[in-house]
Design a binder for this molecule. Sequence first.
Ligand SMILES: [Cu+2]
Length: 144
Amino acid sequence: MSKNTGRIVRWAVTVAIALAVGIPMVNARQNPVAPLQPADTVQAPAQKPAPVVIKVSAKKYEYDPATITVEKGKPVRLEITATDRNHGFEIKDLKLKVNLEKGKMQPLEFTPGTVGEFEIKCSDFCGLGHGGMKAKLVVTAPKL
Ligand SMILES: [Cu+2]
């Protein structure tokens, strides 16, 4: 065995020992942390606030309520039902749009991010008064 071979063997043994000792140490360090993760995951959904539910009806050529008032940052769930025929419900400025099938409740969930007034329009041609079938979404500043 040459001097070099001896050095390489000694180096290989040192690396092997370092790995054998090092890997269990890394595992030991990670394991105590792992059991905490499921608890974190369980807590997260509980913190999500339930949306404010507002029922809206649509018919030729109006929405009821005609003014829907919501609060900035609070999740909202509109439950919209067209009562006389198919209609639509669109808030262009907020990029929200749903088709309403006659008699079938259509949910629309969103969280308003901007204070202001936004026009709601029917997006499904429903007759002579279609162009005037409008309502208003009012987003107020969050209450403290
Ligand atoms: Cu319409």
